[in-house]
Design a protein around this ligand. Sequence first.
Ligand SMILES: Cc1cc2nc3c(=O)[nH]c(=O)nc-3n(C[C@H](O)[C@H](O)[C@H](O)COP(=O)(O)OP(=O)(O)OC[C@H]3O[C@@H](n4cnc5c(N)ncnc54)[C@H](O)[C@@H]3O)c2cc1C
Length: 406
Amino acid sequence: MSLFDISERAQQYQSDLLEFMDSHIYPSEAVYDEQMREAGDPHFHPPILEDLKTEARKRGLWNLFHPHPEWGPGLSNLEYAPLAEIMGRSHLASEACNCSAPDTGNMEVFTLFGTDEHKERYLKPLLDGKIRSAFAMTEPAVASSDATNVEMSMLRDGDDYVLNGRKWFASNGMHRNCKVLIVMGKTDPDAAVHRQQSMMVVPIDAPGVTVRRNLSVFGYQDREGHAEIDFQDVRVPSKDVLKGEGEGFAISQARLGPGRIHHCMRAIGMAERALELLCRRAESRVTFGKPVSANANIRDWIAEARIDIEMIRLLTMKAAYLMDTVGNKAARTEIAAIKVAAPNIALKIVDRAIQVHGGGGVTDDFPLAMAWAHLRTLRLADGPDEVHKRAIASQELRKYRKATEQ
Ligand SMILES: Cc1cc2nc3c(=O)[nH]c(=O)nc-3n(C[C@H](O)[C@H](O)[C@H](O)COP(=O)(O)OP(=O)(O)OC[C@H]3O[C@@H](n4cnc5c(N)ncnc54)[C@H](O)[C@@H]3O)c2cc1C
């Protein structure tokens, strides 16, 4: 029984997805590991993923995130939240169901701001799971958590723009199927602060684009990769400027709202799985004559984890509900709050699950070490904790400021 009104259709998706997780996703995790090990290439695209994609599509568990009925089931954020949480329980599920970041955000940008040509060339194959995409905003040379710092130059030259600069952390940039980048840079350094930036669509194989290297994450070479990319005199036709010159900042705000909350939903799924593993392990291992689960501190951890998960789930549902009812902008404080809370709380639970697993917890024999590494990056990706807290504090302080000072 949910506090929120979830349609029967969305509930059906939940039970179908749970069944798919049990029958296909979890059993495929070992197969995936084996195929990756055999390939010996961290960016190999293992066949098991294509098998899972075919199966998910056959079952109608495809593009579940997409809010537009033309392209997906047209679920609300509130209806999608439990589905993203379920997918978050395994690192294979989002890609199997074509619901992975950053493609989901990019698909929304193409839907909202792409031309007919962008939709034909990129959106359709993305929705079909045939290609992948990356989003390139962050730069090594400047503090990019303040997006107005971004320096890549995008200079008008006839009917083209010429791009020069270096990006890094373009997630998906090493994925074998990555074909297109959405790139943010500066078209007019003299314009008002939030009108200087534009976003452009750039094929990853455009002349002058060089993928330099993958950035490791706590030593992991993520399969989709986080690419460092050079742009040298890359010519982009003006028809590939999204929404128009100077609209880059506004698009980034529109793009990041849903993406942020999707990360939080998946983080809750990771926390749930970690708690399940913690409990199973604590029940099955015996020290000093009693099960590990009989110790008061372990019971405390279990109880705290359950309380914390319920709290972050409710806050996520509230943020999703507000996004659906009053819009992303009005929900920005709740989105920022959950973007801080969910990864931090999930990290604490995963950390305790690792502890309960003893030495095994830090190995790849269990999904906990990788989950920890991934969750830790979420305290940075899509905005560091401190930047979200800054926004929440500003909203809070605004209440106590005189109208003239706002
Ligand atoms: C795994 C991973 C995937 C990523 N994927 C992408 C991607 O696909 N595309 C993309 O463009 N970027 C991506 N990023 C980059 C991410 O969005 C940036 O790392 C993040 O926005 C911070 O920018 P920065 O690294 O330049 O840090 P900086 O801006 O240099 O900030 C460094 C630190 O300063 C502190 N700080 C900053 N402002 C304040 C403040 N106001 N108050 C207090 N402290 C503050 C914070 O602790 C912050 O972490 C990814 C990052 C990671 C780790």
